[in-house]
Design a protein around this ligand. Sequence first.
Ligand SMILES: [Zn+2]
Length: 311
Amino acid sequence: MTAPDSVAGSDLVEVTPGVYAWVQEDGSWWVNNAGAIIGEDGVILIDTCATAKRTHAFLSAVERVANGATVCVAVNTHLHGDHTHGNALLPYSAIIVAHQSTRDGILTDTVLIDTPPIWDPMPYWGIDHHRAPTVIPHGDLTLYTGEHRVQVCHPGFPAHTTGDLVAWLPSEAVLFAGDLLFHGVTPLAFMGSVDGALRSLDWMAKFPAQHVIPGHGPIVTGEDFESVLAAHDRYYRFIKDTAQRGRHDDQTPLEAARSCDLGEFAEWGDAERLVLNLHRAYCDAAGTEFDLLAAFTDTVAFNDGPLHCIA
Ligand SMILES: [Zn+2]
């Protein structure tokens, strides 16, 4: 029987005993993955969700398997609202952990109260305020619940954003990668760095993971991790090459996007993210400030209208 608070296409998957991934189809805009580690000292969450409906479904699914344990800690892998809006629905006693720039970004974010008309249909958040993380690690942080040891690590440089964290469970060989990894969905680096995103792949490859939960898309199992990383590597290099050619030919990022061939990457969801990534690559190469409004305006133009959204 389907629980009344469930969301179609969202499922809590037990990856290893006590370690769960909340996997949401189709992994497109605002539809993220999250996680829960359940032990006798309480529940450690990895991220929340974009909307109240999705976060309630996630928290209810966790509650059903938690044997009465409550959420004591939540780790935000980065600032984006698909991973953090649901912070506001966590128990007041839960501690939220994130990188300093994630906290700073959440505190200045206006998407919840002034959503730009970029998506169609517009997401209905059901949440009207942010809850920012209050615990900021400087260096790696280790969390325990029962038998589970969770290492929270930052690559040390901007990649998907300037404050990415992953959660690594060495005993279980499980890696919650946040949005440093996508699977079957176009990766994004517009609020971080294309070069950094490229570097982060080598950094992630050092975790001997058997189960990797990407920020979006299906779980990656051990033998596929390398090929998913390799596909990201090809994509980020494609972005860099396209940006370099576009700048050489005096094209805008939108013109460069329109004149390139996405090739194998056309199969990934949300292919229009090409424009956002090119904007970032142009700025990084020229040393200029990133213009978020211009980047999204161009992305909507490239897409011939607002971006498809099922949040
Ligand atoms: Zn995300």
